[in-house]
Design a protein around this ligand. Structure first.
Ligand code: SAM
Ligand code: SF4
Length: 437
């Protein structure tokens, strides 16, 4: 184990056997060493930055029968709704008003009469939305697997990351929990990220729905999936998501996961991933409680959602519909409160979309993502995007906490990053928007 931790400390990632060694750790002292190594890697590569986004559920229509999800076709207990393009714009405006700049567009696998064009139009609607001269700058997408041609169309709409979770890599379990619809086809799903990359989408997001099968198996299988993407395309996924199954209306499985993942195991999963693929972002959603979310920041999480609703229309109408949402949330706090809390912990909330807009995606991003290099760009950009949030959206209390954090962070920076950060933040203080390097 010590050999593996020492190798991980070099920040070049781990192979399958090495990950297997780490999944076997249960001794508290060994776990402590694992967590310390994860914290060291997180700090060295990412610093104190945490990127924020909001999911945007455009439709809960679905033709599939995933036994763990409230949106499954036969579930009569939820109200079905797909937002019109005008409603999607309004919903986006509600997010812009909160200060969001990044959106993850989510839908069930069944679209209104326009078919897949509905999703393409939705991306346009999000980018079109504008409130007080502010807009969403990056739209990531989590929709069912597409054909290569459809992925090309999605790319043409200038999406950021295409995200898709295999849910479980275990064939029999996959069969048991996917009872109807196109999603029954394991192979169509597991090859989707390949098709997305073939179609030219540089940034893809991978993930497992933890709770369906043994998490150690899932981790190793996901590592193989990542290795295969690296082998074929020379670059692996941009992000990994670690959704843990939450209760969902009309689902027994979701309330009683066959392989529940304890809080300790969950932290271990995040830490192992941080060691195994150090340059791949780890996303933590509001499925988890504020406490669990903050514990995992230190272990490797680099992106979080905040103020989320999983029922279509939930932002504009300001309703958190626990019944018609996709699953129960663990963190219900509004964005401003999450930001203040994160800032009080010393993490810098970032709304930066600079890399993507400067074309630093896929391999180019990975080239940049070397210790120091991320800090030189992302550190200053995080601060300027945070300053923009504070200027335009923060409550007085959050503003005060935020300004103190910005000053403290710049004071602790050195050399070029410090100069850049000071200049960018000053420009935003003088009223400029969207400045990045
Ligand atoms: N319908 C598409 C699909 O299934 O790939 C995309 C959107 S789906 C709403 C997004 C993800 O939500 C799924 O991939 C699944 O991992 C997750 N999910 C479903 N039910 C869940 C539950 N009960 N708790 C936590 N996450 C859940
Ligand atoms: Fe539909 Fe996706 Fe839910 Fe499955 S997970 S029922 S495909 S929305």
């Amino acid at each position: 184990m010590r050999d593996v931790l020492a190798k991980a400390g070099e920040m070049k990632g781990l192979n399958l056997q090495e990950v297997a060694v780490l999944t076997g750790i249960s001794d508290p002292l060994q776990l402590h060493e694992l967590f310390q190594t994860a914290n060291h890697i997180k700090d060295t590569i990412y610093g104190k930055r945490l990127v924020l986004f909001a999911p945007l559920y455009i439709s809960n229509l679905c033709a599939n029968e995933c036994t763990y999800c409230a949106f499954r076709a036969k579930n009569k207990a939820i109200v079905r709704r797909s937002l019109s393009q005008a409603e999607i714009e309004l919903e986006t405006e509600a997010l812009i008003k909160q200060g969001h700049k990044r959106v993850l567009l989510v839908a069930g696998e069944s679209y209104p009469k326009q078919g897949f064009q509905y999703v393409l139009d939705a991306v346009q609607s999000v980018y079109r939305a504008n409130y007080n001269d502010a807009e969403i700058r990056r739209v990531n997408v989590n929709v069912a697997p597409l054909t290569t041609d459809e992925f090309k169309l999605l790319k043409a709409e200038k999406i950021g990351t295409y995200q898709l979770f295999q849910e479980t890599y275990h064939h029999q379990t996959y069969k048991n929990v996917h009872l109807g619809g196109k999603k029954r086809d394991y192979d169509w799903r597991i090859t989707a990220l390949h098709r997305a990359m073939e179609a030219g989408i540089d940034d893809v997001g991978i993930g497992v729905l933890f709770g369906l099968f043994d998490h150690r198996f899932e981790l190793l299988a996901m590592m193989q999936h990542i290795a295969e993407l690296e082998r074929v395309f020379g670059v692996g996924p941009h992000t990994i998501s670690v959704p843990r199954m939450e209760p969902a209306t009309g689902s027994d499985v979701a309330s009683h996961p066959p392989f529940p993942v304890s809080d300790l195991e969950f932290r271990k999963i995040v830490a192992i991933l941080r060691l195994a693929v150090p340059y791949t972002g780890i996303i933590m959603s509001t499925r988890e409680t504020a406490k669990m979310r903050s514990e995992t920041f230190a272990l490797g999480v680099s992106q979080i959602s905040a103020g989320s609703r999983t029922n279509p229309g939930g932002y504009e109408e300001e309703v958190e519909d626990e019944v018609s949402g996709q699953f129960s949330l663990g963190d219900h706090r509004p964005l401003d409160e999450v930001i203040r809390d994160v800032a009080e912990m010393g993490y810098v909330p970032s709304f930066c979309t600079g890399c993507y807009r400067l074309g630093r995606t896929g391999q180019d991003f990975m080239d940049l993502a070397k210790p120091g290099a991320i800090k030189a760009h992302c550190g200053p950009n995080a601060l300027s995007s945070f300053m923009e949030y504070l200027n335009n959206y923060a409550s007085p209390e959050t503003y005060k906490t935020g300004i103190q954090l910005i000053e403290k962070t710049i004071a602790e920076m050195e050399g070029l990053p410090a100069d850049r950060a000071r200049k960018l933040v000053d420009r935003v203080k003088q009223g400029q928007k969207d400045v990045f390097c």
